[in-house]
Design a protein around this ligand. Structure first.
Ligand SMILES: [Fe+2]
Length: 384
């Protein structure tokens, strides 16, 4: 079976032109998957009057998967019984891809029976309609699914912008490349060793990239002159924790990351900033991020010091515990992971295919590709 080419819907006399102002749910690229051309034509006929849709068509599951590899689709409408695979199996394969995990799928079938509906929904389908289709019901379902997709895309874009901002900060402030990636990896390793929940591990992973996003508001003269800051400049530098929290607060999905951003410079004895929290009043995820941040600063080369050996970095961490600055139990656990070479292997238990991470990882991939294209400016500084 071959994929059928793109069919652009024709303007309907009297209908709204395709403009950016068209209501969400009334535009979108739909992939129709059905073995029978007549069925696909019927679907297009019912939907054309409902919005300004672009249609892509496939007569088999395999053809549909090929189309998905090359196109950004807003909604899939699929027949339950395809010649080469069962509709729910196609659903599962589509949703297993991080890029398409939130892509809405509507299954249509001739087959009555709640068991198929349950199979479809469990495989990730968002809606299930039994023929004969009522055009107004089909149109309403399609509009609702596309409205949801539009809302998800908006969130996706907002999150992408924040991670782009965080990468811009790393490019401007970073001592070495991949600092944020290492923080994400090390903090997740410590989180796994502590038996933290999946949402907490996801927060740590994202926090590795976002914890210093507030530095975007710090002037270069302060950001790059941290060894010789005046008291007023130091006060401004410390504001990066609060500014970072303010930048990320509007995104509800980032709520679990906010305590990391705000509190990663607190100290166990209460002498840190911005709130002077002490002991277990410092959020656990922030204490984790702080330890791995310091560790990474120690083992990487800076303008003012060479890269420390693991032994020397461990000694410095223990000295900071003795001074009362760091959580003794966390530092001890981190050092034991380090001594057993378990940082990378423990962190690998986090699954990059988790939907919560898919937007972020996609954004990072895109940005890295672009940065490689234009060159990556690396500026050496002291950690803030
Ligand atoms: Fe910081």
């Amino acid at each position: 079976m071959q994929a059928v080419g793109t069919v652009q819907s024709k303007p309907i006399p009297g209908a709204l032109a395709a403009t950016p102002w068209l209501e969400a749910g009334k535009t979108g690229k739909l992939l129709l998957i059905d073995a029978h051309e007549i069925n696909r034509r019927l679907l297009k006929g019912m939907l054309r009057s409902a919005g300004n849709y672009e249609f892509l068509e496939a007569a088999s599951g395999a053809a549909a998967l090929r189309i998905l590899e090359q196109n950004s689709i807003d909604l899939i409408i699929v027949d339950l019984m395809l010649p080469d695979m069962f509709g729910p199996d196609l659903c599962r394969r589509v949703k297993a891809s991080p890029c398409n995990s939130l892509l809405p799928i509507l299954i249509i079938t001739n087959t009555q029976g709640v068991e198929h509906e349950v199979l479809g929904i469990e495989a990730g389908a968002d809606e299930y309609l039994v023929k004969p289709l009522h055009p107004s019901v089909l149109r309403a379902r399609v509009r609702a699914l596309l409205r949801n997709k539009s809302a998800i895309d908006s969130l996706d874009q907002a999150e992408t912008i924040l991670f782009a901002l965080a990468q811009a900060v790393e490019a401007r402030d970073s001592y070495t490349a991949e600092h944020c990636q290492r923080l994400a990896t090390y903090s997740v390793a410590l989180g796994v060793a502590l038996g933290l929940s999946r949402p907490e591990l996801v927060a740590l992973y994202r926090g590795g990239f976002l914890h210093d996003i507030g530095k975007v508001s710090i002037p270069d003269s302060i950001l790059h002159g941290q060894q010789h800051l005046t008291p007023e400049e130091w006060r401004i530098m410390q504001q990066h924790t609060i500014r970072g929290e303010e930048i990320c607060r509007p995104m509800k999905s980032l709520a679990p990351v906010l305590p990391i951003i705000r509190s990663h410079h607190e100290k166990w004895d209460g002498s840190g900033y911005p709130d002077g929290l002490a002991g277990e009043n410092i959020p656990l995820l922030a204490r984790i991020m702080q330890i791995v941040d310091i560790f990474d600063a120690l083992i990487t080369e800076r303008t003012y010091k060479p890269a420390f050996s693991l032994e020397k970095a461990t000694t410095v961490l223990e000295e900071e515990v003795a001074k009362g600055w760091r959580d003794p139990e966390l530092v001890s656990l981190f050092i034991s992971l380090l001594n057993r070479n378990m940082l990378e292997s423990t962190a690998s238990l986090i699954d990059p295919d988790w939907p919560e991470l898919s937007t972020m990882l996609r954004s990072l991939q895109n940005m890295h590709a672009q940065i490689e294209g234009i060159g990556h400016p690396v500026i050496e500084t002291v950690p803030g």
